[in-house]
Design a protein around this ligand. Structure first.
Ligand code: CP
Length: 326
């Protein structure tokens, strides 16, 4: 009873804070829709949910159902949403493989969303087409949570990335390098937008062919972001607090031969880390392929597995918020 009361207190306080800062966050589509105050509120809420993410009992979302629709593969995003929902006492329905659903008969995303809104209180959607989550939101009568739209955005990943930085390093006066496939990597697109709100000093490290799209860089500069670009990780390794590494996004290359040329562009090794600051942390949204040597997992710098845990409390905060907004 005491715990149930505590949950009610948390959620009422949360609702109050959301209304206080004018948060109308029915759908979660892009980091560009968030203010810094809104992000700070979510991160603070995630911290309150951490004991539940670690197994403390909760019935906060008892009676609620989310639907997971993944038109692209996922391990972390799908299962951490499922864990978050179940640990909060809610239930999950899953579209399953696309081949076994009516999408295989030609059903449109708009129709699928309209139908699933009859079954669930919120929809977690991953889709290969950029802009699909925003389009789905136009047809949905329940909150849409963007779990990745092609090379577009991955806002819930960004929130857990920020949470990881907050817990394992610091968001203030942050010096960070984003490394790898900055052209197709949706996690770095979303993260760069959010980091500009925290006035982070960002270095973009990528092969010339995989640079951050100009349209994003222009937006970031308009927001006053400090960004530099280099192709050489050695230029920055001794001067950063966070090394955010990404996979080369094989599935987004129109020409497989082009992917082959880019594969293995960067590899984080113990040798490279000899030049790192003592307080450096290494993050990666995962999955990794070969961009971080497994020997690095045992070093004091590695935080990428801890980062995948932080997805649970952050997604708890988002689910609680989305349900209350519904
Ligand atoms: N980080 C991430 O989005 O992982 P999954 O593709 O496994 O969900």
């Amino acid at each position: 009873m005491k715990w149930a009361f505590l949950h009610l207190t948390i959620i009422n306080k949360f609702k109050f804070e959301c209304s206080l800062i004018g948060m109308m966050l029915r759908h979660i589509i892009s980091m560009r829709d968030f203010s810094r105050d809104e992000i700070d509120t979510i991160l603070a809420k995630a911290k309150e949910f951490e004991p539940i993410a670690r197994g403390k009992e909760s019935n906060l979302l008892s009676g609620k159902i989310i639907a997971t629709l993944f038109y692209e593969p996922s391990t972390r995003t799908r299962l951490s949403f499922e864990t978050a929902m179940k640990r909060l006492g809610g239930k999950v329905i899953d579209l399953g493989s696309i081949e076994s659903s009516s999408v295989a008969k030609g059903e449109s995303l708009a129709d699928t969303i309209r139908v699933i809104g009859n079954y669930a209180d919120a929809i977690v959607l991953r889709h290969p087409r950029e802009g699909s989550a925003r389009m789905a939101a136009e047809y949905s009568n329940v909150p849409i949570i963007n779990a990745g739209d092609g090379a577009g955005h991955h806002p819930t990943q960004t929130l857990l990335d920020l949470y990881t930085i907050m817990r394992e390093s610091s968001l203030s006066e942050l010096k960070i390098a984003l490394v790898g496939d900055l052209k197709y990597g949706r996690t770095v697109h979303s993260l760069a937008y959010a980091l500009s709100l925290y006035h982070a000093d960002m270095t973009l490290v990528s092969p010339a062919q995989l640079k951050m799209p100009d349209v994003i860089k222009k937006d970031l500069k308009k927001q006053g972001a400090s960004i530099r670009e280099t192709t050489n990780i050695e230029d920055v390794i001794g001067d950063i607090d966070v090394l955010y590494v990404t996979r080369i996004q094989k599935e987004r290359f129109p020409d497989p031969a082009e992917y082959q040329k880019m594969a293995g562009s960067y590899r984080i090794t113990e040798e490279l880390l000899k030049k790192a600051r003592d307080n450096l942390i290494i993050m990666h949204p995962l999955p990794r392929v070969d961009e971080i040597d497994p020997a690095v997992d045992r070093t004091k710098y590695a935080r990428y597995f801890q980062q995948s845990f932080y997805g649970v409390p952050v997604r708890m905060a988002l689910l609680a918020m989305a349900m209350e907004a519904a």
